[in-house]
Ligand binder design. Structure first.
Ligand code: PLP
Length: 418
């Protein structure tokens, strides 16, 4: 049984919810009481060993945990450096790590006696996971999603609707994740008496960054024990893609106290960090500190605080902010940040699919880009671990287009003509 970890981060006196200079809770007055209620419910649950046992039991029986660690023998041989291992979060029910957080928050909602959940989603994985949890726990469910993301992620929208969720298309702004978050916060301000906002990543006001990291830490706790068992040692480096930062925070949480393990977060380099079309906030130093969407962190914004547009082939990484805990760990030098361009991602995806028969989501393929670039510079005595946060099924339209697959395009044309 994976142990419960009650204290991932201690707060400085009088600075609850702050990680260095980042974090906090910047919300309208009306939401303060709701957040206070959430903090109390989470603290109560966190200090109750039975809650963590119930959580782990649900994840084992409903979501295939513990997810395995896979050794990539072919890639290791091809690249000739570090031994490459992959933590298989893609094997979770609903196809990504998102379900870890969602089932945890679902159990908390039940404890709090609320009957409705709302959520925002970018790639759609968090929306599918939330709709699944709501179906399972008998909760009403509304999902906010940017209109552009709806177009990119139609298969996930289909499943959310089949699961009984009301999917609301957000037409404001850039019609992506940040606009969906704003819409969700507006709904919550009006519905908080009976509604819980299932935030999908380690962003937003305190206690969300801490709470989501807490549930996602199951990844890192499992991975650490698995690497010790399989290789007899800790990995030299751990790689994870970073949108808001939940899969990264989850796997990094297992290794934070291991100074010998280098933690590497990979952001969306889009068309290139030197262009305006990317979502790299920490890698390349393009982001700056600011307050938005309820928390203080590093955002892609101009000097007046106006948010930039972001761009990535991976909808789940296409976001202007980054979790405050990760921003803090970056400031401390504990996590190194890199960026992977869309072109590099498609290349890495092709390689991983062909050589290992793995199907990483476009988001996860970002982590592979940097891991595969760096593996040859390490020695065979080193093991590295890549978090495969999700599977590629949802990306079939985008990937087929990026790979220029003619047979798929013909299939779509024929289907549309029927
Ligand atoms: C498969 C997958 N990986 C990664 C992410 C990025 O989110 P986070 O940085 O919170 O892990 C998403 C977001 O939708 C996703 O679907």
């Amino acid at each position: 049984m994976i142990a419960m970890s009650t204290e991932l981060f201690q707060f400085a006196p009088g600075r609850e919810g702050y990680y260095g200079e980042f974090g906090g809770a910047f919300v309208p007055e009306i939401l303060h009481e709701t957040l206070a209620e959430l903090r109390a419910a989470f603290d109560d649950a966190r200090n109750d060993p039975a809650f963590w046992r119930e959580y782990v039991d649900v994840m084992v029986t409903y979501s295939c945990r513990p997810t395995p660690v896979t050794y990539c023998e072919n890639l290791t041989r091809l690249l000739g450096g570090a031994r490459i291992y992959v933590k298989r979060e893609d094997l979770n029910h609903t196809g990504a790590h998102k379900v870890n957080n969602v089932m945890g928050q679902g159990l908390l909602v039940r404890r709090m006696g609320k009957r409705r959940v709302i959520a925002e989603t970018g790639a759609g994985q968090h929306g599918v996971a939330t709709a699944t949890m709501a179906a399972r726990l008998g909760l009403a469910c509304t999902i906010y999603m940017g209109e552009d993301d709806i177009a990119r992620q139609r298969p996930n929208v289909f499943w959310m609707e089949q699961l009984g969720a009301d999917v609301v298309a957000v037409t404001d702004g850039t019609r992506t994740l940040k606009d969906a978050i704003n819409a969700c916060l507006r709904d919550w301000a009006e519905s908080m008496a009976d509604t819980h906002y299932v935030l999908g990543t380690v962003c937003g006001p305190h206690p969300f960054p801490r709470m989501v990291t807490y549930f996602q830490s199951i990844i890192g706790q499992e991975a650490r024990a698995q690497m010790l068992r399989i290789t007899g040692a800790l990995p030299r480096r751990v790689y994870a893609c970073v949108g808001g930062g939940s899969n990264a925070s989850g796997i990094f949480a297992g290794f934070l106290d291991d100074a010998s393990v280098e933690l590497v977060g990979v952001e969306a380099g889009g068309k290139g960090v030197d262009t305006e079309q990317h979502a790299a906030r920490l890698a390349g130093g393009r982001g700056c500190p600011g307050v938005a969407q309820g928390y203080k962190s590093v955002f892609l914004q101009n000097h007046e605080g106006l948010m930039h547009d972001t761009c990535s082939v991976a909808a789940g990484l296409d976001y202007i902010g980054v979790g405050p805990i990760l921003a803090h760990l970056h400031a401390q030098g504990r996590v190194r940040f890199e960026a992977a361009t869309d072109a590099e991602v498609v290349e890495a995806l092709r390689l991983v699919i062909r050589r290992e028969g793995l199907l990483p989501a476009l988001e996860s393929a970002h982590a592979f880009v940097t891991a595969l670039k760096e593996a040859p510079h390490l020695s065979g005595a080193d093991a590295i671990l890549v978090n495969q946060s999700g599977r590629a099924d949802k990306d079939i339209f985008t990937v087929a287009e990026a790979l220029g697959d003619e047979r798929w395009k013909r299939f779509l044309r024929e289907k549309a003509a029927r």
